[in-house]
Design a protein around this ligand. Structure first.
Ligand SMILES: [Fe+2]
Length: 212
């Protein structure tokens, strides 16, 4: 059984790895073991079951691939705990934006702060507000939420460069097994998913949005 000291030590290693690489994978005894680590990381502001549900058209509840994006701009860390992996596919795909040349180019990154991405308003989630794609090295991006209509020609070119680099950069792919968890820094790492099939087992993850 883990003592409180073990938990704190584990937490220090986990956060150091996330700071260094932007993500970390851990195996847990069970979900309550995972929860005690999550409590050390920060406050869970949203918890969602991720599983196929044909009643909804959202990508999150489908078996389709999902392109790289961040979740809401208020979320610091996302953690997925795997209750059951898909029979085939369903790997998580991570992209480290710090590896993009455009983010290491002072002129390019300055201009990215002027490209706006839609996000639900905090006081009313049915309404959208605009949020910068880049804000003090913090990335907020989903291809389907970029305010493309509001872009000037120069900004369109810049967004094209950002998206081209996203497509070309090396990606980290992880297939979570039962009781494994993936932690990512949502301010830095974009995440996506490969498509999957569920012949023998049903893919079921629990996603925590954590604020530090
Ligand atoms: Fe997501």
């Amino acid at each position: 059984m883990m003592t409180n000291n073990d938990n704190i030590k584990e937490h220090m290693y986990l956060m150091a790895e996330i700071r260094k690489n932007g993500y970390a994978v851990r195996s847990f005894r069970d979900y309550s073991d995972f929860l005690s680590q999550i409590d050390c990381v920060g406050k869970t502001v949203n918890k969602t079951d991720v599983l196929v549900d044909s009643r909804y058209s959202a990508q999150l509840t489908s078996q389709e691939a999902m392109s790289a994006h961040t979740d809401d701009a208020s979320v610091d860390i996302i953690a997925w705990y795997c209750q059951s992996p898909a029979s085939e596919g369903g790997e998580s795909v991570c992209v480290d934006t710090r590896r993009l040349p455009i983010l290491n180019d002072p002129v390019g990154s300055e201009k990215l702060t002027q490209i706006m991405v839609k996000r639900p308003r905090e006081d009313d989630w049915t309404k959208a507000q605009l949020w910068p794609l880049l804000n003090r090295r913090r990335v907020y991006y989903a291809p389907w939420l970029v305010d493309r209509e509001g872009l000037r020609e120069e900004q369109e070119d810049l967004l094209g460069r950002f998206e081209k680099e996203l497509g070309e950069v090396e990606k980290y792919t992880v297939k979570l097994g039962e009781s494994d968890a993936l932690f990512i820094d949502n301010r830095r790492i974009l995440h996506g998913r490969n498509s999957f099939s569920e012949n023998e087992s049903v893919r079921r993850l629990v996603r925590h949005w954590v604020v530090i």
